[in-house]
Design a protein. Structure first.
Length: 506
């Protein structure tokens, strides 16, 4: 038996942390391309070394239903076992992604025996008689087949990894929902759509403040009713709410079956809404978008948290939408462009995320991301100590040349050396105040930070010391003591760590 319990989620101040081996853990990760983990030889030839070069401590890798259960009732976990062995050999952790009923709003990863039996495993209809390639969330046979397969997968993990705890999280499905259709119009769905909403959902409407403001507005325009069928209760939002409730319920069944065998934290990811005018079906209808988060949380209690896949330029705005009180915050998939390093700092420092992972890590060519990842790996003990507190924050350059914030005993004025330039990395930094007059800053992009006292009678402040250095397992090692012409808190273009101590005087 292991001396440690399975990985778990634990509150820490205003945040929720991932605990692994009895200690908080920070995922500095990368998600693989969809097909990489389908071949052990490909992984060994093209992926593992590249992951190490990028400085990651965690790999997000798919597990494919079609390969796990190629014939109904016959299971093969050789690929999973190879992933576990190879990750352990390299000192890496894994987040495994169950590609079952859903992947990008479609059912392309279901086994052949599911795809070929359209009567038993019926699909969504985007209109009456217009069949899609997405299994219907109203198909009991599909739901139970997926749940059985996921349960066997989690049972296998319990038997092969409980003592090593290589796998720290499991994602259930991928970007669930119906693409290119506002809702399912199959006969089973039509009957449910015109029937009364479930009593469990009506109970949620007794606390309408939990709903997203846009969804609450649609519900109120429809009469703020707690009884009736879906269009009667939810009006213009009925199609998406209908799909969200039933998609979440389907995934709840799958997640619960798996967690009954091995109680790892499970989460679901979202193909988010990319433009204000987009309608359900442009993005997968019924998926865990920000508008329907409350419904998902209500309908799927075995899903610990919902995560956005972020490919939009305004990274921070999406973080604000998805960081929820009492829930872990994690970005399992994001652009691997020049802003990936800045977004990593923003997620960890600004939104106290348990982790961040660009998509297609084995194709990523970014010394900046690799250096930032390594810097945060060494800072992780200090970051985790202060997660969930006001002592940890981040800056992510917008279009302005300066910005201000408050940290510790000081107001900070942040000046960027140059405006944001297309094709160049966005300036960013993680800031930590272990003590009110003690600051640690890690970042890049050309940034000056100036301080003014926040409270008391003091009108002025100055540095007691400024050091450039590095961390080793959370312990600071100074390289240079800065003074004279360098007597300023200045982050260079490349990732830099600085430590400053201040004092005040009248």
């Amino acid at each position: 038996m292991s001396a440690f319990p399975p990985p778990a989620l634990c509150p820490k101040g205003s945040a929720v942390q991932l605990q692994v081996d009895g200690a908080p853990y920070l995922i500095l990760g990368g998600e693989l391309h969809n097909s990489s983990a389908s071949s052990t030889s490909y992984m060994r030839a093209h992926v593992w070394e590249r992951v190490a070069e990028m400085g990651c401590n965690t790999v997000l890798a798919p597990v494919y239903w079609e390969l796990v259960e190629p014939r109904e009732g016959e299971f093969c976990f050789d690929l999973v076992d190879d992933l576990l062995a190879d990750a352990r050999q390299r000192g890496l952790r894994l987040v495994l992604l169950w590609f079952g009923t859903w992947k990008n709003g479609a059912s392309t990863y279901t086994p052949a025996w599911v795809k070929l039996d359209g009567e038993r495993f019926f699909r969504c209809e985007s209109g009456p008689g217009i069949t899609t390639r997405t299994l219907s969330p109203f198909c009991d046979a599909a739901r139970e087949a997926d749940a059985r397969a996921f349960a066997r997968f989690m049972q296998h993990l319990a038997g092969t990894d409980a003592s090593d705890r290589t796998v720290v999280l499991v994602q259930v499905e991928n970007e669930a929902g119906l693409l290119r259709g506002n809702r399912d119009h199959s006969p089973a769905a039509e009957a449910a759509y015109h029937a009364a909403i479930p009593k469990e959902l009506a109970a949620l409407l007794d606390s309408p403040h939990l709903l997203h403001p846009d969804l609450r507005a649609d519900w109120e325009r429809a009469g703020a009713r707690r009884e009736g069928n879906w269009p009667e209760v939810f009006g213009d939002a009925a199609d998406e709410v209908f799909m969200a409730w039933h998609t979440a319920g389907y995934i709840q069944r799958v997640a619960a079956a798996g967690r009954s065998r091995y109680a790892l934290p499970c989460f679901a990811n979202a193909w988010i809404v990319h433009a204000p005018g987009d309608r359900p079906g442009v993005y997968p209808s019924g998926g865990p978008t920000s508008r329907v988060q409350a419904l998902w949380e209500w309908a799927a209690p075995d899903i610990a948290f919902l995560s956005p896949d972020i490919y939009l330029d305004d990274f921070a705005a999406v973080c604000r939408e998805y960081r929820r009180p009492g829930r872990a915050f994690f970005i399992p998939e994001a652009k691997r462009d020049g802003d990936a390093a800045a977004n990593l700092l923003c997620a960890i420092g600004g939104y106290h995320a348990i982790g961040f992972a660009p998509f297609g890590i084995e194709s990523m060519e970014s010394p900046l991301y690799a250096a930032t990842c390594r810097l945060l790996r060494e800072m992780a003990p200090l970051i985790l100590e202060h997660q969930g507190s006001e002592r940890l924050c981040a800056i992510l350059q917008r279009d302005t040349g300066t910005e201000t914030l408050t940290l510790g005993n000081y107001h900070l004025s942040v000046h960027y050396h140059h405006p944001r330039r297309p094709g160049e990395a966005t300036a960013a930094a993680l800031l930590l105040a272990p003590q009110p007059d003690h600051f640690i800053v890690a970042g890049f992009g050309g940034i000056d930070i100036n301080f003014t006292p926040r409270t008391g009678h003091a009108r002025h402040c100055d540095f007691l010391s400024v050091e450039e250095g590095c961390f080793e397992r959370g312990v600071w090692h100074p390289r240079r003591r800065l003074n004279g012409d360098e007597y300023v808190l200045r982050l260079a273009e490349k990732p830099t760590a600085l430590q400053a101590r201040l004092y005040t005087y009248p």
